[in-house]
Design a protein around this ligand. Structure first.
Ligand code: CA2
Length: 145
């Protein structure tokens, strides 16, 4: 089983600011957690981070036929990108959405998730733990399919 784990804009700067919202750990720590969770569960992990919407669309397209599922935190593109939504729908791979913060309790402009409309499940407000749960959920979903 192989998963593509996508992180959107500014998540490479985790740990630098707003620790009250996103925690103190950096992006390298997030990658380590995702890799460890996948390894412990016999899953091959490919990690991708980009600040560019088109690059994220490309990564989703290129995942077609190569991975079994996608874990995605589109960051700010969550709330704006129909292109990412369309790419997820186009490849038809099972995808799980993750947000470190609880976006449901934040600003109005964060209340819409376009990408989430193509995802089988969303985790929010659990910090990095959300990624671990997303990986486990996706594995379980694929095993039951
Ligand atoms: O809670 C999440 O995971 C978000 O996807 C994070 C995005 C935000 O736009 C979404 O509404 C919710 C922002 C990521 C910004 O990351 C930062 C990294 C370092 C310092 C400040 C922000």
């Amino acid at each position: 089983m192989k998963f593509l784990i996508i992180n959107g804009p500014n998540l490479n700067l985790l740990g630098l600011r707003e620790p009250d919202i996103y925690g103190k750990q950096d992006y390298a720590a997030l990658c380590a957690l995702c890799r460890a969770t996948c390894a412990e569960n016999g899953i091959e992990a490919e990690l991708f981070q980009s600040n560019h919407e088109g690059a994220i669309v490309d990564a989703i397209q290129q995942a077609y036929g190569k991975v079994d599922g996608i874990v995605i935190n589109p960051a700010a593109y969550t709330h704006t990108s129909i292109a990412i939504l369309d790419a997820l729908k186009a490849v038809g791979l099972p995808a799980v959405e993750v947000h470190i913060s609880d976006v449901s309790q934040r600003e109005d402009f964060r209340q819409i998730s376009y990408a989430g409309k193509a995802c089988i499940k969303t985790y929010m407000g659990l910090g990095f733990e959300g990624y671990r749960q997303a990986i486990l959920y996706l594995k379980d979903y694929l095993e039951k399919k």
